[in-house]
Design a binder for this molecule. Structure first.
Ligand code: MG
Length: 401
């Protein structure tokens, strides 16, 4: 029986994980949950799964949950809160496997502590690898525990890499091919980028996601983050990770080996599959998540247009330098995307401001999670300052709708 902690249990990956656990009650059990702000759903999950510990974002909401659980006859469930609560959920003695699915840097400390506590971690949070990938992977190596990617592309790469060796004696991997849907502006001419509205950018052709990740998909920054994630997870330099636009998103990613063979991973677009893979690794177990190969008609591939999507190039630059640069990249992007959503800046200002923040960030190697978080705060302040200056100057700003 594998005992599972979910960091981010009320989010989409968290709920998919619970659905997988529900399908295999003889294999998995929920030990602890970190739920965030949705107190009603947290209560439902606590009643259904009876975790030993559940954590909420604030003291107030945890008080309310404690009272409700007592009323439901579940006083034995320990209710905690805040960053310390999430760490407690991630490092609990009764936990074997931690699903890290809190969006943003707020999931970072608990994820790192889980690795340090010798837990096997399934990573659905991108920011952890982007801002602190070097620290986390070094700790996982020290613990002798795998980091199992739940992001669909990296999960695909993890599967394909099992087709060849990649150790000190032999490196059989030539390059990693990371597939990208291309976002809503794949066929929009560059000359029209100046007038892209928030509404157009939020209108992703295939996926319904949160606002930030939708904009990140439109600028290809999301793919840039995934390049950095791939470099760190699989210990490959950025020039061996190649992005390839594949609008059907049928192939989740590929690995090319030194002999010229390319392995690709195909499956239904359903996050329960990468979650199941991570939870059962190194085994595979039967599921009903079938892909209909006979319905497959087209597989298109194009190289990405770096001139149209400068965010992708910025991510490669940050990946090459590492350290504080990838932190600046992520922090600046979050601030700038927020400013774009509030129509303070235009679509084409997004890469420009991120570039400025990166240029103003000294290249530094960071030794601890505290240093990472400090660098993150500094980069955010800097990004906000640049956004403010641009707005004041009346530079580009509000896109024409
Ligand atoms: Mg992805």
């Amino acid at each position: 029986m594998k005992r599972i902690a979910i960091l981010g249990s009320t989010g989409s990956i968290g709920r998919s994980t619970l659905s997988v656990v529900e399908s295999y009650p003889e294999r998995f059990q929920i030990a602890t949950l970190a739920a965030g702000n949705n107190a009603d759903l947290a209560f439902e999950q606590a009643v259904r799964w009876k975790p030993r510990v559940i954590s909420l974002a604030t003291e107030l909401s945890s008080e309310m949950l404690r009272t409700k659980l007592r009323g439901a006859g579940l006083a034995e469930i320990e209710v905690v809160h805040g960053a310390a609560g999430t760490v407690r959920v991630a490092t609990h003695a009764d936990v074997d496997f931690v699903v890290s699915a809190i969006v943003g840097v707020s999931g970072l400390e608990a994820t790192y502590e889980a690795v340090r506590a010798g837990k096997t971690v399934g990573l659905a949070n991108k920011e952890c690898m982007v801002v602190a990938g070097e620290l986390i992977t070094a700790e996982a190596r020290k613990q002798g525990k795998p980091l199992l990617p739940i992001d669909s592309e990296h999960n695909a790469i993890h599967q394909c890499l099992r087709g060849g060796r990649m150790d000190a004696e032999a490196n059989e991997v030539e390059r990693i091919w990371l597939t990208a849907s291309g976002g809503p502006f794949l066929h929009t001419p560059k000359s029209e980028f100046g007038s892209i509205t928030v509404q157009q950018a939020l209108n992703h052709p295939t996926w319904k996601m949160g606002k930030r990740i939708t904009i990140d998909s439109a600028t290809l920054m999301n793919k840039g983050f995934e390049v950095i994630e791939a470099c760190r997870l699989f210990n490959v330099p950025p020039d061996r990770v190649q992005v390839i636009v594949h609008p059907q998103s049928t192939i989740h990613s590929l690995v090319e080996f030194v002999d010229g063979s390319i392995l690709a991973q195909i499956s239904v677009t359903d996050m329960r599959l990468p979650i199941l893979y991570a939870l059962t690794y190194p085994e595979r177990i039967p599921s009903d998540l079938r892909f209909s190969l006979s319905d497959l008609r087209h597989l298109d591939f194009y190289p990405p247009d770096m001139a149209k999507f400068p965010c992708l190039e910025l991510a490669y630059e940050a990946a090459r330098t590492g350290g504080a640069q990838t932190i600046a990249l992520n922090a600046a992007d979050e601030v700038v995307v927020g400013a774009f959503l509030e129509e303070q800046i235009g679509f084409e200002d997004i890469p420009k401001i991120i570039k400025e923040v990166m240029a103003a960030t000294p290249a530094a190697h960071l030794e601890s999670i505290q240093e990472v978080l400090r660098a993150d705060t500094e980069a955010r302040l800097l990004a906000r300052e640049i956004v403010k200056q641009r707005s004041r100057k009346g530079l580009p700003i509000r896109a024409i709708s």
